[in-house]
Design a protein around this ligand. Structure first.
Ligand code: HEM
Length: 579
């Protein structure tokens, strides 16, 4: 019930269409200038307004800290909270400085009784830092209903800081565009995408983590072992890193491939109506050369017949076999590790064994040992497929008659039609996202920037395009009005055929701006769409692909820019407005 309530609250809060804000700064200023409004005074008014807004936001943030605050509520000692540790005495917890009696809620907890009791009589902060699904207003609202008081300011200040499960995460390149700090999720910077380098340097490669980065013996290459279960009721086989890297046993393979989060470009869906998930712009994608061993070779080595997956598919859906993958990333707070909550995913066994799909177990990225954020010591790299299936920190492979039962395979990464809400979503009705649809994005010029027209009245554009399942890119087209399209010059990945393309196709174009739009200070919308080798084309509207989870956003990508206004004085630009 609580689960449905959370979903309902969330859907009510999120599926309200937002007004689309189109940033056309200069054209708005033109109007102001024409009306003779003095900008100096409006700037001061704006600053004042901003101050008030920041104050309001701070107030709001404070209210959000510990939900459910009631005027005149009692001050409770932390020692009292400690006494309430079982159903008979009542179960109390703290969140920030708030105190909550959750005795009546625990049986309804969507994450199970056993888990919620781990936080009994203590702070839930470290647990919620781990299970990010709690960090939404709807869940905090549920907690707020159980509030019974708060800790005194002094006691709260003197409490030891809650255990931070992310404290052992690696250091990262400050250029990464952080979308969430814990778990760490960050985009490849636009400045890197703009460079149009085929291989993204490791420190700039986008990061998608669901949990803290595993540390210690588990990931020590000298102590590491991959467990493989070759079939139901079969004995697991363990392979060490030395076994996997033994070139007499396994031939080395290299594959240049994209990894893209299926939520890349989610922000475009947010501009239609708020969806749930990280606010990715266009940088949840990067490309590297991965080195390792073919998964099919390893499976064969442990006794899985090389045609088992294909045969199982030929026998029909019910007989299809899957390759389940388990990661070492699992929730832990202090000494406690959640044995059921590990990251997991699966792909059809036939793909894992298909030499054309180039699935590898990788331990090197761009010629260097795999970095911690990208799955060291071993990652399963599944080219052409949603990044979520390229399981990092790989601990176990299982040949099984069913898909992975993990949350991320069953209840996430599925794209519903745009009228489905969180209340009506039935995750069993859709397949897990695997091969990705055709997509492209503009890396230059940047959104909201000022652009120069060249002598021919053109703007230079650059970007990337790719499609899943190995489908190469046939065409990329750009436009400044949505009617006339110009073909971009393509740089396809070297040595990858159009039926087995795993890396991105980089493109650039000089796009002619229609004469009626070639005016200094004029707002322009530049757009791109790609067509893959199977002639799948990106849909025009984002609305048509909008879904509650904001995945698979592949409508035409658009950026709003402004033609550089002409300077007519030291601080004045053409049309009379200030710089
Ligand atoms: C007062 C404390 C808590 C409250 C009010 C609470 C509430 C909730 C709610 C409303 C959801 C559903 C979220 C959604 O819509 O996806 C949820 C899910 C979950 N919770 Fe909690 N929770 C609490 C404490 C905990 C603790 C301490 C743990 C772990 C030790 C935990 C682990 C989980 C997990 C794993 C799920 C996901 C279940 C699934 O989707 O399969 N929760 N919780």
């Amino acid at each position: 019930m609580a689960f449905r309530l959370a979903r309902a609250l969330r859907s009510a809060a999120r599926v309200v269409p937002r007004v689309r804000v189109v940033h056309e700064p200069w054209s708005q200023l033109n109007v102001l200038a024409a009306a003779g409004i003095v900008l100096g005074s409006s700037v001061a008014a704006c600053k004042e307004k901003k101050k008030i807004q920041i104050k309001e936001e701070k107030k709001e943030e404070k209210k959000q800290l510990a939900p459910g605050f009631k005027e005149g509520e009692p001050v409770i000692k932390f020692a009292d909270v400690k006494q309430h540790n079982c159903i008979e005495k009542g179960i109390w917890v703290t969140y920030r400085d708030g105190v909550y009696d959750i005795t009546k809620f625990v049986q309804n907890h969507p994450g199970g009784l056993e888990r919620i009791l781990k936080a009994a009589s203590g702070q839930i902060d470290p647990f919620w830092a781990m299970y990010a699904q709690h960090n939404v207003a709807s869940v905090k609202e549920i907690l707020g209903e159980h509030r019974i008081g708060h800790l005194s300011e002094d006691e709260y200040k003197n409490l030891p800081p809650p255990f931070d499960p992310y404290q052992t995460d690696p250091k990262r390149d400050p250029a990464l565009v952080i979308q969430a700090a814990k778990p760490f999720n960050a985009e490849c910077p636009l400045s890197q995408l703009e460079k149009q380098e085929y291989l993204t340097p490791n420190p700039k490669f986008f990061v998608r983590n669901h949990l803290p980065v595993p540390t210690g013996d588990l990931v020590d290459p000298k102590k590491y072992a991959l467990e493989i279960v070759p079939g139901e009721d079969e004995k697991p086989v363990r392979l060490t890193m030395a076994d996997l890297q033994d070139e007499k046993r396994f031939k080395r393979r290299k594959v240049c491939a994209i990894v893209q989060c299926s939520g890349n470009r989610r922000e475009d869906q947010n501009s239609v109506a708020q969806v749930e998930g990280l606010t990715w712009y266009t940088g949840a994608i990067s490309c590297a050369e991965w080195e390792g061993v073919a998964l099919r070779d390893v499976l064969e080595y442990v006794g899985v017949p090389s045609d088992l997956g294909m045969k199982s598919e030929l026998e029909g859906e019910d007989e299809q076999l899957h390759l389940q993958m388990e990661g070492m990333d699992r929730p832990k707070v202090g000494e406690w590790r959640d044995t059921k909550g590990f990251y997991g995913a699966s792909i059809p066994l036939a793909w894992a064994q298909d030499p054309r799909r180039d699935v590898i177990l990788t331990f090197k990225m761009n010629g260097e040992p795999l970095p911690a954020d990208h799955g060291a010591p071993l990652r399963c790299l599944v080219p052409g497929v949603a990044g979520a299936r390229s399981v990092k920190w790989l601990s176990k492979l299982i040949v099984a008659s069913e898909e992975s039962q993990s949350h991320w395979q069953q209840n996430d990464y599925k794209a519903f039609n745009n009228s489905i809400t969180w209340e009506t979503a039935d995750f069993t009705s859709l397949p897990a996202i695997q091969d990705m649809p055709v997509n492209s994005a503009i890396s230059a010029p940047a959104a909201k920037s000022l652009v120069q027209l060249n002598a021919e009245g053109c703007v230079e554009m650059k970007g990337w395009a790719w499609s899943g399942g190995g489908r190469g890119i046939a065409r990329v087209e750009v436009s400044a009005d949505g009617h006339t399209w110009t073909e971009a010059e393509l740089q396809r990945p070297e040595g990858q055929s159009l039926t087995r393309t795993w890396a991105w196709t980089l493109w650039k174009a000089n796009i002619p701006v229609p004469p009626e739009l070639q005016k200094p200070g004029k707002a322009l919308t530049l757009m791109v769409k790609a067509v893959d080798a199977n002639y799948n084309v990106q849909p025009e509207s984002i609305e048509s692909v909008w879904n509650i989870r904001g995945v698979l956003c592949n409508g035409w990508h658009k950026v709003h820019v402004t033609i550089q206004p002409k300077r007519v004085g030291k601080t004045r630009l053409e049309f009379g407005y200030a710089e």
